[in-house]
Design a protein around this ligand. Sequence first.
Ligand code: RIB
Ligand code: CA
Length: 313
Amino acid sequence: MSVTPIILDCDPGHDDAMAIILAGYSPKIKLLGISTVSGNGAIEKVTENALRICTLAKINVPIAQGSGVSLLGAAEAATDIHGETALDGADLPAPAFALQKMSGVELIGKLVRESTEKVTLVATGPLTNIALFLKLYPELVTNVEQIVFMGGSASRGNRTPYAEFNIWMDPEATDVVLKSGLPLTMCGLDVTHQALVTKEVFGELEAMGTELSKKIIGLMKFFAKTYDEVFEMPDPPLHDPVAVAFLIDPTVVTCKFVNVEVELKGEFTRGATVVDLFDRGGGKRNCTVALNLDAPKFWKMMLDAVRAAGAAS
Ligand code: RIB
Ligand code: CA
């Protein structure tokens, strides 16, 4: 069985937390390390959350704090969805280990440099750290297999009518990634809105009966409450683990290789991903876009990882 070495750049965040567990417990993923980026919450909060989730799930990998602002210096927290801590809904254990004494981008550079096989970068938050890595370590790009990111949309947005949150937070960083020339896979809202935390999923979590699954139920109940309040979606979409699931089994999604650009100037559309599904704009195809999800296959992966984490912690 081939195992994919990855670095996960994230802004935990309820769905990022589940992406960490999936990456940490899938036998087909080797999680080399985690870098954090501000998005769902301030950088200090999302970094503390990464430490706490890894402590809860006994995932012992290097974690480093990344950028607290976008390339242009902007920051905003999605407290309306993720709460004041950026991971409300459960009491999580205090971190059992310390942060790395380097920045998130430095950790990405270190792990890519030291890896004897090409590393896949998985981003489930704004792409700031990924863009900084590409610019600061051009000599290491040849040791990057591909970039898989949760973000964007071929249709509507969720932070603005046409911009998805991760991309909206740092459009310039997204542009660096889209122009990198590396193999790219985008898991946008089109596919992640099919990964719904339904009552059947809650039933499976409840049946596990582990301390970990009980904490996850609390987190998911909070996430469901805020998603219903803000988006009238009682079953919240678990966005970020879809990017990891794609690496575990690419047949979990169906994709199309198309041209994707990011709007940097639009008065009402800045941060929108312009996904040219039918080659109408003449742009070079540069990104594999996931459009449909095999939800049962996704949830089997996700729940198997929670079960394994519950047994180990
Ligand atoms: O738009 C959804 C994305 O924004 C997810 O990654 C969520 O965690 C937030 O970062
Ligand atoms: Ca995220």
